[in-house]
Design a protein around this ligand. Sequence first.
Ligand SMILES: C[S@@+](CC[C@H](N)C(=O)[O-])C[C@H]1O[C@@H](n2cnc3c(N)ncnc32)[C@H](O)[C@@H]1O
Length: 373
Amino acid sequence: MNCKYFGKCGSCSLYEMTYEQQLSYKINREKERFKEFYINDFEIIKSEDSRFRNRAEFRIWKEYDKENIPTLSYAMTSFEKKVLPISLCEIVSENIHLLMPKLLKLIEKSEILSFKLFACEFLASTTNDILVTLIYHKKLDEKWMQEAKKLEEELKVKIIGRSRGQKIILSSDYINETLTINNKQFFFEYKEGGFTQPNTKVNIQMIQWVLQHLEKSNKDLCELYCGGGNFTIPLSTKFRKTLATEISKTSIKSALRNCELNNIDNIDFIRMSAEEFVEACANKREFNRLKDIDLKEFNFSTIFVDPPRAGLDETTTKLVKNYDKIIYISCNPETLHRDLKELTKTHKIDNFALFDQFAYTNHCESGVILNKI
Ligand SMILES: C[S@@+](CC[C@H](N)C(=O)[O-])C[C@H]1O[C@@H](n2cnc3c(N)ncnc32)[C@H](O)[C@@H]1O
């Protein structure tokens, strides 16, 4: 990939290397980090070289010419932490890339839409569904809604307007996505505000990687940090029953809807933090949210965790160690390393993969499968 903002825009920090070089750099760095636990080769899942991100956020920047006529542009933060106006972004998916200039041109023509517009977020699917969230520093009124509706119809996208204490959904607050996993289609609704994996092609391969390392079982799966069921739904096909928990209400709503869309009825989704789930398992606290679920009815063999950057807290790490098989997907190698120090006291790492979800940045996603010693 070549981007005219390489070296200026603070988003892509590994800009001096080719795709393959930045990947090798990350592989070597992670091999060194994890060598005390794992010395075999990592399985490597590559990204596309460009146009791989299905969600993106930009500031909106206004500049005035000599006649005081404003021009809008998207903006990122530069390495010097200054505003950097940009006309394109090479890492966003093709549909976001094509939409970006058209959207800005139409917004520029409308005083109502452009006034106090502060930021813009895109969420796109491979089925060409796009949600645009316009974020303002002003109260949004009926006039704004009329103008935004016209924009929605002209561009054939879904628009949400946000301002302090306001969220205006013009037609819908989610997009439809279809993921083809091992030749089978899975259907998802991605809701604005819920977590979704940013690199769809890598996401599909992450799910396939986990499935490839799982035998069909008549036992049960426990999942923490399940989001909208991205892994849960395909993985549930390998287990008798699945119990999946997640802290976000928005994500649990999506997860329940995604189950319906895929006609899956062997998953129980519960809105519950990992810390609360630990308390429920230890019978330390009673939860109304668990009133219809008898934890004793599950015969768990495997636990799947995909925590946020902070990794697992101490009590969750202890709980996870009770399961025969642990599947750990991590977006932060530092906290993964810390957690593996503890988990490798009782479990052995059998598989380790690096997923290059965040190409041209220092970030990388990992997958580890551990089995009880
Ligand atoms: C990296 S995302 C993974 C989501 C999902 N596995 C996926 O692939 O889309 C982490 C998820 O953990 C949730 N989360 C954050 N803190 C949590 C906590 N303390 N307990 C449970 N879930 C939490 C977030 O809402 C988010 O959905």
